[in-house]
Design a protein around this ligand. Structure first.
Ligand code: ADP
Length: 500
């Protein structure tokens, strides 16, 4: 349980750690880099828009150019300034003031000092850069020396390094030519420096989030270890008992749906194991008893015939032969059943006339019975072909008739019926004997189930007959059943689908 808890905690902490590293430690750089990249793109876009425009366009409020610039300024939260060359006499209305145009929104400054513009201009002209960043240290007072010019194409890394001071101002500039052929200075004030305060706020927020995530993770880890591990460890203890051969345990670790389902499955499994175990014990007891009895008889009679010359007669020999036959039946039945149980039985279905087989079987019973005490009646109205494993289905019919003979009591009438009903043919064997009690009806198909447990030896049979029948019919997917009333007799039946 604690292992799961700690694993989960370590996993969650790793996630939070990665989150902190990426978001808190790298946030400033990421934010600034992003901003610089966007500013770089912007200076190209804006200077392209302004290049070769008429100077008049900047004085007409309704001009498309101004609308366009205003839109960019709002979208990017950047102020756009256009300055004429300082002290240039060629500028309309220019005296000391060289600002030609400024967007209404955005920007840190309402207007840049014309001296400053002059200095930027002069300093930029000393370089070959057409588009550049001007970094101005405003503290204490801007001087010529405190203006630094950097190419816009210089790597973002250089720029972010140079932007280390909170007090610096940075402007992205470009020289542009208007239609009059004069050079102007385009300045973008894109608030790169104030980013720091936004980053700081975000960092604080992220720290809170990280803290909340850690607390939340701990709570979830505790809950998970309680709801997942606890029922599983309870089940594990029960399973250990089961492994030791104790099949009386009950799985009851309560938890979420999957655990409950697993409990249910394990409880069903253990119920099956219990059944198998009981069956195995019963089987051992029955097999050893059933094998021992005929063997004892054979040994006894054989010894008697050997020791007492007068006992060496055909009657005693017949008893030995009967017992050997009984053993033979038993061993064959056991073999059949083990094949059925282990599902190694192979079916060889073929088309054949079941009516012909019924006639033959009934005929055989009639011929081979001693002093004609049983009356076998076969009812059928047409010759029917079915697809099934012929010998196995014969085995089923023999089994039903043998049982009918064995449990007929005083009534000696046995009916074998073939009834065609729609797309099925139903074969049934009816006797008018002892019948079967309602509560025994389901159990008689189980191996070694005998209603009359006390008189095992009085009736021929291994006690496996009906379970073999059940196996064969289920293998064929044929419906089967029994209708019976105590004292009135029983009807054992099965249905075979007819060939189209
Ligand atoms: P067995 O070798 O004992 O006949 P079966 O599996 O064939 O074994 O039958 C199981 C039990 O079902 C029998 O012991 C008997 O109690 C009952 N049974 C089977 N057939 C009939 C029947 N025709 N009438 C009454 N009881 C029957």
């Amino acid at each position: 349980m604690w292992k799961l808890f700690f694993t989960f905690l370590i996993f969650a902490s790793a996630i939070v750690l990665v989150f902190i590293i990426f978001q808190i430690a790298l946030l400033g750089d990421f934010y600034r880099t992003n901003k610089i990249n966007r500013t770089n793109q912007l200076i190209y876009d804006v200077s392209d828009a302004i290049e070769n425009q008429d100077i008049q366009d900047f004085t007409q409020n309704e001009s498309l150019l101004l609308k366009n610039l205003e839109k960019i300024s709002i979208d990017e939260e950047a102020a756009i300034y256009l300055y004429a060359k300082p002290y240039s006499s060629s500028i309309v209305g220019a005296t000391n003031d060289t600002l030609i145009y400024k967007t209404i929104s955005g920007g840190t400054f309402s207007k840049l000092d014309s001296n400053l513009i002059d200095e930027i201009w002069e300093k930029a002209k000393l370089t070959t850069y057409d588009k550049f960043y001007a970094i101005i240290s405003v503290n204490p007072v801007p001087t010529f020396n405190q203006i630094q010019i950097l190419d816009v194409n210089s790597s973002v890394r250089n720029l972010t390094r140079d932007l280390s001071s909170q007090n610096d101002s940075i402007m992205c500039c470009s020289f542009v030519r208007l239609s009059d052929g004069d050079e102007y200075l385009l300045v973008l004030d894109n608030k790169i420096i104030p980013v720091e305060s936004a980053v700081a706020t975000l960092k604080l927020q992220l720290t809170y989030i990280a803290f909340i995530v850690v607390v939340f993770t701990i709570v979830v880890a505790i809950l998970i270890s309680r709801y997942i591990s606890k029922p599983l460890s309870v089940m594990n203890e029960t399973a250990k008992l089961m492994a030791k051969g104790n099949y009386d345990v009950v799985f009851e670790g309560k938890g979420y749906q999957e655990v409950n389902e697993l409990n249910q499955t394990l409880n069903n499994t253990i119920a099956e194991l219990r059944k198998t175990e009981t069956l195995r014990r019963e089987l051992m007891a029955n097999v050893s008893h059933d094998l021992r009895t005929p063997l004892t008889m054979i040994k006894g009679y054989a010894e008697m015939m050997q020791d007492i010359p007068g006992e060496n007669n055909p009657e005693n020999l017949q008893i030995i032969i009967d017992e050997v036959n009984r053993l033979n039946v038993l061993v064959n039945d056991m073999l059949d059943l083990s094949k059925i149980s282990s599902k190694t039985i192979e079916l060889h279905p073929q088309l054949y006339s079941i009516t012909d087989n019924l006639i033959e079987i009934v005929d055989r019973y009639q011929k081979f019975q001693e002093n004609n005490e049983f009356q076998f009646i076969l009812n059928y109205d047409q010759n029917i072909n079915v697809i099934a494993d012929e010998s196995k289905i014969d085995q089923v019919i023999y089994n039903f008739i043998n049982n009918a003979i064995n449990y007929s009591g005083n009534s000696k009438k046995i009916e074998i019926n073939q009834i065609v009903d729609g797309s099925y043919v139903t074969i049934s064997v009816r006797d008018y004997g002892v019948g079967i009690k309602k509560e025994d009806l389901v159990c008689i198909w189980d191996r070694y189930y005998r209603i009359d447990k006390g008189h095992k030896r009085s009736i021929q049979g291994s006690g496996l007959g009906l379970s073999i029948v059940k196996g064969i019919l289920e293998y064929h997917n044929f419906e089967y059943g029994v209708d019976s009333k105590v004292g009135e007799g029983s009807t054992f039946w099965f249905k075979i689908p007819l060939k189209e």
